[in-house]
Unconditional design. Structure first.
Length: 339
């Protein structure tokens, strides 16, 4: 006897044929299957997260949504983010964990090791190393963040305009960036900052912006050139969109990711550069509190009092490492080729 096909099985279950078949297939035959499909579709719409690559209600996620999801799952981003958050907090309110004055010194305690209430010991002038290390974070974070913002803004504007308009403006910017790339950073700092008498951070920030913007400008230029060749930009141009509208609405949001990645990684480099210039005596100068100044002062006592060098150098290394790790995590999240 031949086996019944699907419709016959549905008819059997509809007439009371038993057990499992009756509950598995609706008694309305093909209409029941259609109702079941509609019900499943409604269930999928109600689920908070759709398939891979989609957000709530099946809506496609943007590049930034995918990047944020990947960052939240990346332990490197979490660890580096917590370290940077701690540095920002103590930079804004150092008195939360250090109640002393970083400029208050007692020569009778010079080069002494750890003491109760002074876990990092004293430096060559009798200043508390712990207090100076905590207050030194403010200088490093201020220099790094302000330099990064200035470099990213200045370089992105110049590079983006050069890449969008091209022609003579693009050629001129390319030659200018080549000149700046030929200037050694440390040697330029020795020449430029040696004539500055200010003890604030702003001459150092201005110098690093002056030599740091060409890198961001070149990256922004290439990113804009790539983005303006896409079909949606050509369609906007054909519909009569102005240059400013195409730049702000269509090109900039799709060209800014490489700039963010490079700027985030470079932030740690700017912090280490400030410490290097301060160590050489042309960056920040006393009475400013800086890890570079403390490392320079402690270098001559490294055999007798290594703790004077250990703590500021360790804080500098952890800070630079945290920002580099953050930049690597952001790069991995924003690069579609790594997905």
């Amino acid at each position: 006897m031949p086996e019944p096909d699907f419709d016959e099985g549905a008819a059997i279950s509809a007439t009371g044929g038993g057990g499992v078949g009756q509950g598995a297939i609706a008694p309305t035959g093909t209409g029941g299957a259609m109702d079941l499909a509609i019900s499943e579709g409604a269930t999928l719409e109600r689920t908070p997260g759709g398939p891979e690559g989609t957000g709530p209600a099946g809506k496609p996620r943007s590049l930034w949504g995918d990047a944020w999801r990947d960052l939240r799952r990346n332990p490197v981003f979490i660890v580096s983010g917590l370290i940077i958050l701690f540095l920002v907090v103590i930079s804004l309110w150092p008195s939360l964990i250090a109640s002393g004055n970083p400029l208050k010194c007692d020569l009778s305690k010079a080069q002494l090791g750890s003491r109760p209430g002074h876990p990092f010991g004293y430096d060559g002038q009798g200043c508390d190393v712990y207090t100076r290390t905590v207050y030194g974070a403010r200088t490093s974070v201020t220099v790094g963040v302000c330099t990064t913002l200035g470099v990213a803004l200045f370089g992105s504007v110049l590079g983006g305009l050069a890449g969008f308009f091209g022609g003579g403006w693009d050629a001129l910017l390319s030659r200018i960036t080549d000149i700046f790339f030929g200037i050694p950073v440390v040697l330029g700092g020795l020449v430029f900052l040696s004539v500055v008498t200010s003890t604030t951070v702003w001459p150092v920030i201005g110098f690093m912006i002056l030599l740091g913007w060409p890198q961001i400008a070149r990256i922004a230029r290439g990113s804009v050139i790539t983005a303006k060749q896409n079909d949606y930009v050509q369609a906007a141009r054909a519909l009569g969109a102005t240059n400013s509208r195409m730049l702000l609405r269509h090109i900039a949001p799709n060209a800014v990711a490489p700039v963010i990645v490079v700027a985030t990684i470079a932030l740690g480099t700017y912090i280490s550069l400030e410490a290097t210039l301060s160590y050489l005596g042309v960056g920040l100068k006393p009475p400013s509190v800086s890890w570079g100044i403390d490392i320079s002062a402690a270098s001559q006592y490294i055999r007798n009092a290594p703790h004077m060098l250990l703590w500021p150098a360790g804080a500098l290394a952890v800070t630079v490492l945290a920002f580099i790790m953050l930049g690597d995590a952001v790069r991995d999240a924003l690069d579609p080729k790594l997905r």
